[in-house]
Design a protein around this ligand. Structure first.
Ligand code: F6R
Length: 245
């Protein structure tokens, strides 16, 4: 696992975008796994800016997002689909037919999850998967549990996640469930890039890097992947044992 402590969120965004842009320049039909939430916003700004400057095109890029809330339509402003449209897809030349999302409104969640798994496989697997981390150590919406999962699945969101994300919803309207890629799906990506900033992530980052590999801290499983790059700021790196080499 390679760890970098960066000066600012903007600095992280530029560095992560540079890695993604290099990947797309080398392989224009790259398969990119995206995350939502606060952490990747500067990266998406930097990708949109690079597209506007003519540095990169995403027209042949295939995308898979990590997760989606249950019960929110694509047009709901709080859906992760709407988040991606607003923050990235509509700001560059991504093609709608290349964008893959778990459908949190489908009646048959098992069928949706199985189809998503098949689509990832048919696309040849994910080249780079972008990740954030929950304050409880979740990746995607893989909450702390007794076993690592494989394959997309329906998850009951933890109280910690409801506390962290509830602020985006009007009183009490945050969904209680989501569809998410499993830990196994994330580990199959050829390269993983994680972004974590702020003091609230420090404990989870220390557990991910220095703690045992355990489903009680789902992100700790990244210790078993051979190509993981983690971008931190001083606050999120503050509890790491022995600092950063
Ligand atoms: C989002 C996702 C989550 C977030 C995590 C951190 O698609 O899968 O694991 O990455 O909850 O969220 P932020 O970045 O908002 O702190």
């Amino acid at each position: 696992m390679q760890l970098f402590v960066c000066e600012s969120k903007e600095d992280i965004g530029e560095k992560v975008a540079a890695l993604l842009i290099r990947q797309v320049q080398t392989k224009p039909n790259s398969v990119l796994g995206f995350a939502t939430g606060r952490s990747p916003l500067e990266t998406y700004d930097a990708l949109a800016a690079a597209y506007a400057r003519g540095v990169v095109s995403f027209k042949d890029v295939v995308t898979f997002n990590l997760d989606e809330y249950c019960g929110l339509t694509k047009t709901d402003a709080n859906s992760y689909y709407a988040f991606m449209q607003k923050n990235l897809f509509s700001r560059a030349d991504f093609r709608t037919e290349n964008i893959h999302f778990l459908d949190g409104c489908a009646a048959d969640d098992k069928a949706v999850c199985e189809a998503y798994r098949a689509e990832m496989q048919a696309a040849g697997g994910i080249d780079i998967q972008l990740l954030g981390i929950g304050t409880n150590g979740h990746i995607g919406f893989n909450e702390p549990s007794d076993a690592f999962t494989d394959g997309p699945f329906l998850v009951t969101l933890s109280q910690s996640t409801k506390n962290a994300n509830g602020k985006y919803f009007a009183d009490g309207s945050m969904p209680t469930h989501a569809l998410t890629m499993g830990v196994g799906d994330i580990l199959r990506a050829k390269k993983l890039i994680m972004i974590a900033t702020g003091e609230s992530k420090a404990k989870a980052i220390a557990a991910m890097v220095n703690g045992p590999v355990t489903p009680q801290c789902p992100a700790s499983v990244l210790q078993t992947h051979r190509d993981v790059t983690v971008f931190l700021d001083a606050e999120s790196a503050a509890l790491l044992e022995g600092g950063i080499s």
